[in-house]
Design a protein around this ligand. Structure first.
Ligand code: SF4
Length: 319
């Protein structure tokens, strides 16, 4: 770890974190937004999973050991961790309120902001103040700043630009870091909306470059189990033919964009390139470590096969 991992973390993230490692730990699961049958997000396979949290008496000693002994941050790998405070979702959970109090009472955890946690925009607006003592980074899928596109992806909870910017301003005020992701090529995308999205993402990168650790915008991933996969599986015979243990991610994204938008995958990729180049140039000019990520690995297309081979070689060396 010291030889490889610590150096990589130093290069990529040390600027944003006082502790110089990151351990993944699931402390909750499920999503309260997706639990409601009328609010089906298109590109997610966890919908309907019951929201749940781990027992606090187990969570706290584990966090103390990760922070105190390993000197590491914690990536809370839940689906919507920031949704578990008492002032939201009819007060079903008070997990974050209790966690904040327990961290404050712990001599090990009290002095650190060590957690990276996922949450919807509206969840962050409600829980940011409660969690400001222990959460360092808010991980959010903004998807797009275009309210029309958001609506057709059934994720109306992000509502629109102003709502998103309210949350971003709150993040700055409370000294959070941001890990932000988005999708280009959502249903009903047009050439004009694509151009607007590039502008929106670059404006965002420019405005928040000092507190964004990573901006990750990618093509729509058609994940088995999601509604978008189910629809395309039922309507496109080739998808039924491709269906199997490994799926051709790139071909699926291409087909999805062709079927549901007015643009081609090449248009979306060109727009992604513009965002990537623009983001990196903002980062370099501002002398800050903002990063761009725009690709998900997996599947069986030629490039993906090559990456799988590389991954296998690495794993073989670890055996
Ligand atoms: S996409 Fe996000 S908001 Fe929608 S069901 Fe999945 S985790 Fe919940």
């Amino acid at each position: 770890m010291a030889k490889h991992y610590d150096q990589a973390f130093h290069l990529w993230y040390s600027h944003h974190y006082e502790l110089k490692r990151m351990v993944t730990l699931g402390i909750d699961g499920g999503c309260q937004w997706g639990k409601h049958p009328k609010r089906r997000c298109q590109h997610c396979s966890i919908q309907g999973l019951t929201p749940k949290v781990a027992a606090l008496e187990k969570v706290i000693p584990t966090l103390e050991s990760i922070v105190g002994e390993l000197h590491s941050n914690v990536y809370a790998a839940g689906d919507s961790t920031l949704g578990f405070s008492k002032n939201q979702w009819q007060g079903t959970f008070a997990f974050l309120d209790q966690l904040a109090e327990a961290c404050e009472n712990s001599s090990v955890l009290r002095s650190h902001r060590f957690m990276l946690a996922y949450g919807l925009v509206s969840e962050f607006l409600k829980s940011a103040e409660i969690c400001k003592g222990f959460i360092r980074t808010w991980n959010v899928g903004i998807e797009t700043f275009d309210s029309k596109l958001l609506k057709s992806a059934s994720k109306g909870i992000n509502r629109g630009k102003e709502h998103i910017y309210d949350a971003l301003e709150l993040a700055r005020e409370l000294d959070y870091r941001l890990y932000v992701s988005g999708i280009l090529g959502l249903p009903n995308t047009t050439v004009q909306s694509l151009a607007r999205e590039v502008e929106d993402w670059l404006t965002f990168a420019e405005m928040y470059q000092d507190i964004v650790t990573t901006l990750s915008v990618s093509l729509p991933s058609v994940i088995p189990g999601s509604r978008m996969y189910w629809d395309i599986y039922n309507t496109q015979p080739e998808v039924r033919e491709w269906h199997g243990e490994f799926i051709p991610c790139h071909k699926l994204s291409k087909l999805y964009i062709k079927k549901y938008t007015e643009v081609e995958i090449e248009d979306v990729q060109a727009a992604l390139n513009d965002i990537a180049k623009g983001t990196l140039s903002i980062a370099q000019n501002g002398g800050n470590p903002l990063k761009f990520g725009g690709y998900m690995m997996g599947g069986i297309d030629a490039a993906e096969m090559k990456e799988n081979e590389l991954l296998k070689e690495i794993v073989a060396q670890l055996d």
